[in-house]
Ligand binder design. Structure first.
Ligand code: NAD
Ligand code: UDP
Ligand code: UDP
Length: 325
């Protein structure tokens, strides 16, 4: 049997034949592309806990097996190594499309090449394939778009446009989330984002690198809040786009101070030159998500950061040294 047949066969068996989509609230068949990544793996945890069958599709560009390994023995979980740029045949009810080469380090090293090769191809062809899949099987499709990085916005904008085209033209049930800076356990340690940098630096007794004068602001959302927002968006009746982020705003100096309080009051701060195009301020307006999805973030930075720190401590120092840093 091909994979596609196997999944179909299994689901038929479990459901005792075709069940009309609208009648099912639990036990859905769900694909999460990029499900071995930071956000995706937390989403998978929630879906599995809810009773759904989850297929993770990931090429491990930045994701890792370790993030979903705890589900390997669960018969409702499947992991496929696959690049979404290639067509994919599955029978599913919902598609959470998170796959994207999202790490800013890759952009800063070679932005031009990156735009052409990774962004266009993954965001355009990858999104097109997942929309084609959604159209063929009548699945609901959720795109994780962004508010964020300059050379990375372009690919996401195209992906949003494609999503709306398939929604209007082919009747695909579409959902669009625009995600703001998110942190938490399983974040890539060395991907260059500010929260992961500061936490790793403080744990390793290195100075916290503040770019520019550190007066630029960001709003940091804990990953469980984002996952709740994504699931409400998928289950709700509105296409969006919805901003999903935590409006609590911090300068990079303030963030460094929270990291000092949480990990090491003696951690030093080192100022480094910033890039010219760095946005001075970013804070989501989440009125629409509040009104239409009944969603708002619950976890403050001071509550969420310690949860991320224990995960980073374990990954950086290993089990035997846990608690010694
Ligand atoms: P991540 O890098 O941890 O996850 C992305 C996953 O996609 C990885 O597991 C990677 O291996 C996989 N992937 C990349 N290219 C692929 C391909 N061609 N085929 C199959 N899999 C592929 O990043 P994340 O932070 O979890 O981001 C998840 C989504 O949320 C992304 O679409 C990202 O653009 C979006 N987003 C995240 C943030 C944030 O702050 N974390 C902000 C804005 C938007
Ligand atoms: N596609 C896919 N899985 C499917 C259905 C489609 O990967 O189950 C891909 C297909 O290979 C194509 C893209 O999605 O590249 C768009 O499909 P669609 O049917 O919308 O367009 P067409 O194939 O008619 O150009
Ligand atoms: N930044 C910093 N030190 C670092 C990494 C980033 O001061 O080690 C700053 C960066 O200049 C930006 C902010 O932190 O102003 C957020 O950067 P990140 O790459 O995490 O997210 P984005 O800029 O995409 O919002």
């Amino acid at each position: 049997l091909t994979h596609h047949h196997r999944v179909f066969y299994q689901d038929h068996f479990h459901a005792g034949g075709k069940v009309p989509l609208g009648l099912k609230t639990k036990g859905l068949r769900i694909v999460v592309t990029g499900g071995a990544g930071f956000v995706g793996s937390h989403l998978v945890d929630r879906l599995i806990a809810r009773g759904d069958s989850v297929i993770v599709v990931d090429n491990f560009f930045t994701g890792q097996k370790e993030n979903v390994m705890h589900h390997f023995r669960n018969p409702r979980f499947e992991l496929i190594r696959h690049d979404v740029v290639e067509p994919l045949l599955l029978e599913v009810d919902q598609i959470y499309h998170l796959a994207c080469p999202a790490s800013p380090v890759h952009y800063k090293f070679n932005p031009v090449k990156t735009i052409i090769s990774f962004l266009k191809i993954t965001n355009v062809v990858g999104t097109l394939n997942m929309l084609g899949l959604a159209k063929r099987v009548g699945a609901r499709f959720l795109l994780t778009s962004t508010s964020v990085r300059s050379c990375y916005d372009e690919g996401k904008r195209t992906a949003e446009t494609l999503t709306m085209d398939y929604h209007r033209g082919a009747g695909v049930e579409a959902r669009i989330a625009r995600i703001f800076n998110t942190y938490g356990p399983r974040m890539c340690i060395d991907d260059g984002r500010v929260v992961s940098n500061f936490v790793a630096q403080a744990l390793r007794k290195e100075p916290l690198t503040v770019y520019g004068d550190g007066q630029q602001t960001r709003s940091f959302q804990y990953v469980s809040d984002l996952v709740e927002g994504l699931m409400r968006l998928m289950e709700g009746e509105h296409v969006g786009p919805f901003n999903l982020g935590n409006p609590g705003e911090f300068t990079m100096i303030e963030l460094a101070q929270v990291v000092q309080e949480t990990i090491d009051p003696n951690a030093k701060i080192e100022f480094k030159p910033n890039t010219e195009d760095d946005p001075h301020k970013r804070k989501p307006d989440i009125t629409k998500a509040k009104d239409l999805l009944g969603w708002e973030p619950k976890v403050s930075l001071r509550q969420g950061l310690p949860l991320m720190v224990s995960d980073f401590r374990q990954r950086i120092f290993g089990d035997q040294k846990e608690g010694s840093a």
